[in-house]
Ligand binder design. Structure first.
Ligand code: ADP
Ligand code: ZN
Ligand code: ZN
Length: 748
């Protein structure tokens, strides 16, 4: 038995998925004391009378309590490390950044099945290949075994192994396969179905010839490939269609030729299968995807193939940013400005920012691509922290940028949210065979229902918000708390029978456009229709037939699609950003407008964009209409600088909520007051609050927040630590739900 005087203590420190910032020590039971226990392997341990799965973070720990008091580990699950040194260091970094439990970060890094204890092995399936003698033999000569002859004939047709499941579906049995094996005519392989016919080191990297680059692209590719192996960050700024994806493909090619791996982050995969297909077509090394559309098993496979170094390229959404790799040499973040890179609950990280951190830790370049870079990234590029590469023209066959018109709708009577003159413009485009996109950034039929007699409106009973009227299926639906109710037939207050929808959403616009254009199909694309199975594929197919049609939808339509026949893009509600309570409102509006405009006229025809606005003379809108996102963003940066808002300061928000408003206010006020002496000592730190959240009452609970702003990170984190410490020790902290958001992307 080991004693306390042994210099190698049989104690390990384990990260557990519990909301406590520390790790937990366990003693090795005698049967495991000589076992090899890799750091980063999973173990099963007792925790508060429950069995839990954790990850080994340290070995030979000197515990804070006598070894005799420690519980023994129950089981070692992995015989090899799941999360290598880099991955664990990344987890530690992220935990410090969010002031959160490292155990929860580690748990987030693991796919669900691994979290539940599944084996960390890629599931392999059986494949069959004809041997040399099998290829030489004429199946005609096997007349005594006709089924085996048929099987041999089938195998002879393939140079690559054929899946046993496929052969079975063709009517062959395992016995017949085994019989060919016995005769030396066929041999079996075990491999992952994701690597089917591709798991071969000797294969060339390219499966097709890359495009000839233009000068801008060439410069970008050279600059980046020259710095492989270095922790440099690049902003690749280029309008939609300027050939950013081609640049990614060619720098990825350089990395793959070194036998190393690439992570590509994209905002959304389900909606942009075209991009993934371009990567798969280009490379013969395995290109895997990781996104929410996969089931647990598929996610596990992609994760393991990346970790084992067998996936050359992993394309994934936000959560892919924490995937382990055997030999990661490049990270690409496409549409780096996209808000979906920020995780909105739990461990609130930004996949883009994490990519930059990872690049530094691994000494590999990170490429941030966008037509409309975020102000944070632009600021970093201006300050020369990032290299700034620009693609200035549309590449290849695509034509000039569309003309953008600001269509004045002040004092105009709109029909269900659209101007009559604009309908006429749409009709002309359809008559000329063009496709038309109409954007309206609100789902449902109408944002509210109202009584004309007494002014009753469909307020959500639980939120400071209106319930949206939906027709499909008919309901009132609060988009903030998700509560749903029936549509009243008469006013609940004065019993008048006429209730009117106020404003327009996608459903109403679809109906309006259907009535206006009887000769052409109208499709709606929003969260409600996209979730219908196969809907997106069908839509894309119709669109690629290039017949005239109208697409009406939310910003979903703006993301990553290539619509070659679209000649007109109509933006129905552009002004929202001006009235936003969020200081990022205008930035988002500019990004959306520019992205939307990029959908017009991508191939052989010059496109046109019409923006309905009440502010046709607004200087910022005018800049966007001149395709001058750069100047637009410079103006916004000036404003941020004056207001000392990000990116000119670092920000964190502590949000708190409770079922009574007094509770939250008192709680936060006491915390801020108690923190004052410490905060006053921290130079440059500004603490504001408690402030009511933009929507104070949500789902029946009251939301308040504290803002922390500082021009440097270290004091900001000092301030956060001080406040969190007070929150954790506050007697009321169980009645108030709170969370911390460092570098928040939304204020609500
Ligand atoms: P982005 O990612 O910036 O939107 P893409 O890389 O998708 O741009 O390029 C837009 C279109 O131009 C695509 O159809 C692409 O095949 C084509 N393209 C890109 N670069 C070139 C090039 N150097 N020569 C010819 N065509 C190109
Ligand atoms: Zn009424
Ligand atoms: Zn609600």
């Amino acid at each position: 038995m080991p004693s306390l005087f042994d210099d190698e203590l049989p104690v390990i420190r384990v990260a557990l998925p519990v909301p406590l910032t520390r790790c937990f020590d366990y003693v090795l039971p005698p049967n495991l004391q000589n076992a090899y226990l890799p750091l980063g392997a999973r173990v099963r341990v007792p925790y508060r009378n429950k069995a839990m799965i954790g990850v080994v973070m340290e070995r030979q720990v000197t515990p804070d309590v006598p070894v005799e008091k420690l519980k023994p580990l129950s089981e070692l699950i992995d015989d090899a490390s799941l999360l290598d040194d880099h991955q664990r260091a990344l987890a530690q970094w992220l935990a410090r950044y969010c002031h959160g439990p490292v155990g929860e970060v580690i748990s987030m890094m693991l796919p669900t099945l691994l979290r539940q204890g599944a084996a960390a092995h890629i599931q392999e399936e059986t494949y069959w290949l004809a041997t040399q003698s099998g290829r030489a033999l004429d199946p005609e000569k096997m007349s005594r075994a006709p089924k085996q002859a048929e099987l041999l004939r089938a195998l002879q047709k393939h140079q690559q192994p054929v899946a046993a499941t496929m052969l079975r579906s063709l009517g062959f049995t395992s016995a017949q396969m085994a019989a060919l094996e016995d005769k030396g005519l066929a041999e079996r392989y075990q491999q992952s179905r994701h690597l089917e016919g591709r798991d071969d080191d000797a294969r060339p990297v390219l499966a097709e010839i890359p495009l000839q680059l233009n000068d801008d692209q060439k410069t970008a590719v050279t600059e980046i490939t020259d710095r492989l192996g270095q922790p440099d960050v690049f902003l690749l700024e280029g309008i939609t269609g300027s050939g950013k994806t081609e640049v990614y493909l060619q720098i990825i090619e350089a990395v793959l030729k070194q036998g190393r791996q690439v992570l590509v982050l994209v905002p959304e995969i389900g909606l942009a299968p075209q991009t993934v297909n371009r990567f798969k077509k280009r490379f013969s090394v395995p290109v895997m995807t990781l996104h929410s559309g996969l089931n647990d098993k598929e996610r596990l496979d992609a994760w393991l193939l990346a970790r084992d170094g067998r996936a050359g390229v992993l394309i994934g959404t936000r959560s892919a940013a924490v995937t382990p790799f055997k030999d990661l040499a490049l990270i690409v973040v496409d549409e780096e400005h996209d808000a979906s890179y920020k995780q909105g609950d739990g461990i609130r990280y930004s996949a883009r920012d994490l990519a930059v951190v990872r690049g530094k830790m691994l000494s590999c370049p990170v490429v941030l691509g966008s037509a409309t870079p975020s102000l944070e990234t632009l600021h970093n590029a201006t300050e020369k922290r990032y290299h700034w590469l620009k693609l200035t023209q549309r590449a290849g066959a695509s034509v000039q940028l569309p003309d953008i018109y600001l269509h004045d709708i002040q004092n105009k009577k709109l029909t269900n949210g659209i101007d009559g003159g604009l309908l006429q413009v749409m009709r002309t485009h359809l008559q000329q065979g063009g496709q038309v996109l109409a954007f309206i950034n609100r789902r449902g039929f109408a944002p509210a229902l109202m009584c004309h007699d007494c002014g009753w409106v469909s307020d959500c009973p639980y939120c400071d918000a209106r319930m949206t009227l939906h027709r499909e299926p008919p309901r009132l639906h609060c988009h903030h708390c998700d509560s749903v109710g029936p549509i009243p037939h008469q006013c609940p207050k004065c019993f008048a029978s006429e209730l009117k929808p106020v404003g327009s959403g996608t459903e109403r616009m679809e109906e309006t456009l259907e009535n206006a254009f009887k000769d052409w199909p109208v499709f709606r694309v929003d969260r409600d229709t996209v979730s219908r199975k196969g809907m997106m594929e069908k839509l894309l197919e119709t669109i690629h037939k290039e017949e005239p049609c109208v697409l009406v939808g939310t910003q979903m339509l703006a993301k990553g699609h290539h619509f070659p026949a679209v000649t007109l893009v109509v933006v129905l509600d552009a002004d929202g950003g001006f009235y936003s309570s969020d200081f990022r409102g205008l930035e988002r509006m500019g990004q959306l407008l520019t992205q939307v405009a990029g959908r017009a006229g991508r191939e052989s025809r010059k496109g046109k964009v019409v923006v309905q606005t009440h502010r046709p003379d607004d200087p910022l809108l005018k800049l966007l209409a001149q395709h001058d996102y750069s100047q637009f963003s410079r103006c916004l940066l000036e404003e941020r600088k004056e207001a000392l808002l990000p990116p000119y300061s670092f920000m964190a928000i502590i949000r708190a909520e409770a079922n009574q408003s007094d509770l939250v206010i008192n709680f936060l006020t006491e915390v801020v007051q108690a923190a004052e002496p410490v905060i006053a000592q921290i130079e440059g730190l500004e603490v504001n609050g408690p402030l009511p959240s933009p929507m104070e009452r949500r789902f029946g609970r009251y939301h308040m927040q504290i803002w922390l702003l500082c021009d440097r990170r270290a004091p900001l984190h000092q301030g956060i630590a001080c406040l969190l410490d007070l929150i954790n020790r506050h007697p009321m902290n169980r009645k108030v739900r709170w969370s911390l958001d460092v570098d928040p992307q939304e204020l609500i």
